[in-house]
Design a protein around this ligand. Sequence first.
Ligand code: GRF
Length: 205
Amino acid sequence: MLNLAILISGRGSNMEYILKSIKRKRIPINPTVVISNKPNAKGLKIAEKLGINTVIIESKGFKGSRLDYDKKIIATLKQHGVTPKNGLVCLAGFMRIISPQFIRKYKNRIMNIHPALLPAFPGLDVQKQAVEYGVKFSGCTVHFVDEGVDTGPIIIQSVVRIKNRDTSETLAKRILKEEHKIYPEAVRLFAKKKIRISGRKTIIS
Ligand code: GRF
């Protein structure tokens, strides 16, 4: 079975949904570690309650380059059996850009969830941007991580209609509900080897 690591920085609700789907035996993958760059991330407590190993690699005040930091992450992944051959890394609200070296090492084995319909609204604060722009639909995207910002091959998307009265908060809440469905599903597809990548497309069987 593949080994899974989840990287978080905060609330950890996507992490929680993934871990709970695994517990319910919906996803054949072995969750070996949750890593946070913030010592006070709420998600750490949730992971501990679910019996998953947690590791904090604090980024604030870290003396060294981005690559030095990522080397610490990679060493932790390896210690927990999450290798480029046998691992999957899920970024779930992990608020750091990761180095090209890390991405290349784990090519097509790092996933991310983004709260917009990519390629629209990459980056941060995107629910607010969607409301302010006046788009009628937004949603969320699970994608593989490549060296761009939110540009990797798309695995699953879910659409959310924007209502006249939506604020960024109300929209974010409805999008989050969809995130909680599609992220575990993307991990399941990966664990069952149902995702093939062809150029920048994924083909799901
Ligand atoms: C989610 O909206 C996700 O799309 C974005 O960061 C947020 C993380 O939320 N990348 P949580 O920590 O999973 O609750």
